[in-house]
Design a binder for this molecule. Structure first.
Ligand code: GLN
Length: 318
């Protein structure tokens, strides 16, 4: 088995020449990214960090935020109450699909598609918008271990162009799936997507989930251990858009991607891993990111069914 740091450097070298894929452009701010940015970061539960490339470049977290806000809603509402509002069924449709709003069940399919994420964000408790935003930022800070900020220009860019998300919220309001005031829920959703992180931050956040909710670097709890299994379950089944089934088959690590080019993945009891590279395939997943994770899963036996069958070959001491 390859030594971890050397293997990450090898993967970075091998895949940095890939120029396939496109920058997301439907949010104008995202089109300003450098297509060459490429970082890989791994944080193990014994506090070791292995990383290479653009691991300190800041970018907006985008859809990866949905994982953590879902965790917050689980804490605010409890599992059974939340399940009545937002389902856990993968859709096989793109993340921004309008057609899967199920009028009969009165709830969006899952919290990883935009409709389900907007509904989930609308449930976050707090007396006024600033209190809800502050609670959310504190939650992110506990995962990251540092202060986090909203990128104001991305927030404004999302708010002024997010007609599809606004349409979804209106449809859900019409079906009785969410309540007023939807503009406040949408603003908070656009703000959560605009939180600035680095590839290293994402690896620490993933390592926190791999460590039953305790940040392995700061020792601080970010989410109740009783919610981690539910969070990882929806990541596993719905985290990679309409590629989630193939990802589960090929890579088999609970993960979440975002349109700014990040992928965050949780190897339970072992490590958090993140890749950042903004060129996306037609599902909206980072092209280089997919290659890195396939190679890592293969090399170290990180697929959940390798882990549970005792076939994991990873040790951070290497
Ligand atoms: N802010 C983006 C949106 O709502 C997030 C999408 C994503 O990362 N898939 O469209």
């Amino acid at each position: 088995m390859a030594q971890v740091q050397a293997f990450l450097e090898q993967l970075h070298h091998e895949f940095k020449g890939i120029s396939a894929g496109k920058l997301a452009s439907y949010i104008p701010e995202l089109a300003r990214a450098d297509p060459d940015w490429f970082g890989i970061s791994m944080v193990t539960l014994d506090g070791r960090t292995f990383e290479v490339g653009d691991i300190a470049q800041k970018f907006t977290i985008q859809s990866i935020s949905k994982v953590f806000v879902y965790g917050m809603a689980l804490e605010d509402y409890g599992r059974e109450k939340l399940l009545k509002k937002v389902g856990v069924e993968p859709t096989g449709d793109p993340f921004n699909s309008l057609i899967r709003l199920d009028e009969d069940s009165k709830r969006p399919d899952n919290p990883m598609i935009n409709a389900g994420a907007i509904a989930t964000t609308g449930l976050i408790t707090g007396h006024h918008p600033a209190e809800r935003l502050n609670r959310m930022l504190t939650m992110f800070q506990n995962y990251v271990g540092n202060e986090v900020f909203v990128d104001v220009s991305t927030f404004i860019s999302e708010r002024s162009t997010g007609h599809r998300n606004r349409a979804m919220a209106h449809l859900m309001l019409n079906f009785g799936m969410i309540d007023q005031p939807i503009e406040e829920a949408l603003d908070l959703y656009f703000q959560q997507c605009s939180v600035l992180v680095t590839c290293h931050d994402l690896a620490v956040m993933a390592a926190t989930l791999a460590n039953q909710g305790i940040n392995p670097v700061t020792g601080q709890r970010a989410v109740g251990a009783e919610h981690v299994r539910d969070i990882l379950s929806v990541m596993y089944t719905c985290g990679m858009y309409n590629f989630a089934g193939e990802w589960a088959f090929r890579v088999g690590i609970p993960a979440k991607s975002g349109v700014s080019g990040g992928i965050l993945a949780v190897v339970p009891n072992q490590a958090g891993i993140a890749v950042f590279s903004p060129l996306l395939d037609h599902h909206g997943n980072s092209v280089r990111g997919l290659r890195v994770f396939e190679a890592l899963a293969q090399e170290y036996g990180f697929h959940l069914f390798d882990l549970s069958l005792g076939r994991c070959k990873f040790t951070s001491r290497d």
